[in-house]
Design a protein around this ligand. Structure first.
Ligand SMILES: [Zn+2]
Length: 400
């Protein structure tokens, strides 16, 4: 270990434990948001609530918590720190209280301990430490709601309300290597990109007829199955860092329980994409594949309904030569004594909003753990502290 120990390890883990003990499944983050707000306010870090409202589809009302450190040079860069406060819904298979925060053998257990209250605790104590330093650039702290929910409404609202407009780079402390591509990556690791994701929502309309005479109708369920198979065969994009895209039919719904040829079916298909594949490409791929089937059913290709048309998880890759990467690389090496691995995320999250929609060079650096989203989720406590130190050292280097 080195001299680059910055945050108080015990205080950091106490904070994490306290937050794991506050349940915060998505759409129910209010208590944790109040806790984060109060924690920052107690330290004179001037938190603000940033309201998130989505009345049309989810009916959700909640609050992000944001705070800003002003640097002394308006021309210096501004760094966004981001973590989400919500977890998945508590799963039922836990052999103990899913919010126990129990610590054993350096592992802290609880739903969301790794994804991502560990990362949230890390940026909170990092932000507190950065407030003590005389930096040229600004730091924008953001703890958001609804990352695990359907649309990433908290981060979406940050982007939509202009919080990212004056930012120059972003650090997101999501779980690191455990959610990265490749099995051999270990912390310290800098995750420099992620694939994007679209969800096809496809309607198939056939023609009803008596089920004893199927030749007189057009069977929408059969045709939806053909569409599912054709989409699975789409030639997906490939990228040197992000790997291959993928297609996975998720849902096929339709038919009747009476003796009728089903006239309607609905198909939802997940499509992960790499840099270079646009929404228009993704739509055209499906339409071309479906046209080639020459079905009797009418098939309508659209995307999952979203509160706003520009809510999308686009793919991005951060330039490994960007100053943020250099600063974090040096910081990781000073803190851990090891040069960090470079990795790429396997799925999507709020980081796609920062990396692609807001166009910010975005790096994920986060503590590792296991059983993410499941029973027995835990985070390695020493990695939470390490990540906090890396964020402080990396941010200090970048912001001068
Ligand atoms: Zn997460």
């Amino acid at each position: 270990m080195t001299d680059a120990r910055v945050v108080d390890p015990d205080a950091t883990i106490d904070l994490l434990q306290e937050m794991v003990r506050i349940p915060s499944p998505y759409f129910e983050e209010h208590d944790l948001a109040d806790f984060v707000y109060a924690w920052l306010a107690d330290r004179d870090l001037a938190p603000e609530y940033h309201h998130v409202s989505e009345p049309d589809i989810t009916g959700y009302e909640g609050d992000n918590v944001v705070a800003r450190l002003e640097g002394n040079d308006p021309d210096a860069p501004t760094l966004l720190l981001n973590a989400h406060m919500d977890t998945v819904k508590l799963v039922e298979d836990w052999a103990e209280d899913p919010c126990s925060g129990r610590i054993e053998d350096g592992k802290l257990y609880g739903q969301g301990a790794c994804d991502m209250k560990g990362g949230l605790a890390a940026i909170m104590v990092a932000f507190e430490a950065l407030a003590e330093r005389d930096l040229a650039g600004d730091v924008l702290f953001t703890a958001v709601v609804d990352e695990e929910g359907p649309y990433g409404l908290g981060a979406d609202r940050l982007v939509r309300d202009g919080y990212t407009d004056d930012c120059d780079a972003a650090i997101v402390t999501e779980p690191g290597p455990v959610l990265s591509q490749g099995d051999d990556v270990e912390n310290p690791a800098l995750v420099l990109g992620a694939r994007g994701r679209f969800l096809y929502d496809i309607t198939v309309r056939g023609k009803a007829a008596h089920g004893s005479q199927p030749e007189k109708g057009v069977n929408a369920v059969v045709d939806a199955g053909r569409v599912a198979e054709a989409l699975t065969d789409i030639e997906v994009g490939t990228h040197p860092e992000l790997g291959d895209g993928s297609v996975c039919p998720l849902l096929l719904d339709g038919g009747s329980q009476t003796l009728s040829v089903p006239e309607r079916a609905r198909l939802m298909v997940d499509r992960h994409v790499v840099v270079g594949e646009s929404e228009a490409d993704v739509r055209a791929d499906a339409e071309t594949a479906i046209a080639a089937l020459d079905l009797e059913s009418e098939v309508d290709v659209s995307f999952r309904e979203a509160p706003e048309p520009d809510i999308r998880y686009g793919p991005y890759v951060t330039d490994p030569d960007h100053p943020l990467v250099g600063s974090l690389r040096g910081a990781a090496e000073r803190v851990t004594g090891v040069a960090p691995a470079i990795a790429y995320f396997s799925s999507v999250g709020d980081f796609n909003y920062f990396g692609e929609r807001a166009g910010l060079p975005t790096v994920i650096v986060g503590p590792d753990g296991e059983n993410i989203h499941g029973a027995g989720e835990f985070v390695y406590t020493d990695e939470v502290v390490e990540v906090a130190d890396i964020v402080v050292e990396g941010a200090s280097d970048l912001l001068g």
